[in-house]
Design a binder for this molecule. Structure first.
Ligand code: SAH
Length: 231
């Protein structure tokens, strides 16, 4: 069974976009995950298929209408009968992290609403009990790129996507540590040698060196991660 994705967007031609390349693209071809893209504009109002309007109370920009999104969810999503969690990518959401990525990967899939303009009508979030997820503390112009980031991070962890599951287990942010530095050929580059221990063939010494480096890098770059580290 594929890990299922439904995307509601006003820019359907943006998908699968970069997700059709590399790991996620191969996984899509293999059917490890599947993608259905629904155009919110198909549920727009009037001659111009309007999807947005001015905010009550004034202020800049436009808001995506509750009735249009409601139709798109009812007609577009609920008919697929997938019964997947509904997510709205938004800077007001819970910050995405590897734990959330892994927990979505354990599920059957996800349906995503891509916001635009100033966002979507609050009542849609409440009626459908939508989970809001942010990909970081900055503002993008739309939810499409955010949803690609979200999906790429999940898809690469699905069984069969990355050959060597070790590479996922040891990665940055698993167990709240950043990854140790990597080296490959040439052995000497611009006068800089590969650390001796990595050439020693001593697996235990290499493991120790890497875990020491992981700790050092995490302390320097992201000390707050160590506070949440469980061991
Ligand atoms: N006025 C809103 C920002 C709207 S940005 C606010 O201040 O909260 C337009 C759309 O881009 C949003 O509806 C959301 O879907 C998407 N978006 C922007 N930044 C994002 C982020 N950091 N994470 C996830 N989605 C984001």
């Amino acid at each position: 069974m594929s890990w299922k994705v439904n995307v509601l967007t006003i820019y359907p031609e943006m998908f699968p976009g970069p997700l059709s390349e590399s790991l996620s693209g191969k996984a899509l071809e293999k059917g490890i995950w599947s993608l259905k893209v629904l155009n919110i504009r198909d549920y727009g109002l009037g001659k111009h298929s309007e999807v947005d309007d001015k905010p009550y109370g004034g202020g800049p920009g436009m808001i995506m209408r509750a009735d249009v999104l409601d139709m798109a969810i009812k007609e577009g999503l609920e008919k697929t009968e997938d019964d997947l969690p509904l997510v709205y990518l938004s800077p007001k959401g819970r910050l995405l992290n590897q734990k959330t990525v892994n927990s979505f990967a354990q599920g059957k899939g996800v349906s995503i609403i891509c916001g635009h303009f100033e966002g979507i009508d609050q009542r849609i979030l409440e009626v459908y009990n939508i989970e809001e997820i942010s990909i970081g503390d900055y503002i993008l112009s739309g939810g499409e790129i955010a949803s690609m980031v979200f999906l790429d991070s999940i898809v690469r962890t699905l069984p069969g996507v990355i050959g060597n599951t070790h590479s996922v287990v040891e990665e940055s942010l698993e167990n709240n540590l950043l990854e140790y530095p990597h080296y490959t050929k040439p052995q000497n580059f611009k006068g800089m040698d590969v650390p001796d221990v990595l050439l020693s063939g001593d697996h235990e010494a290499i493991r120790k060196w890497r875990s020491q480096k992981s700790l050092e890098i995490t302390k320097k770059q992201r000390p707050e991660l160590l506070k949440n580290k469980k061991d």
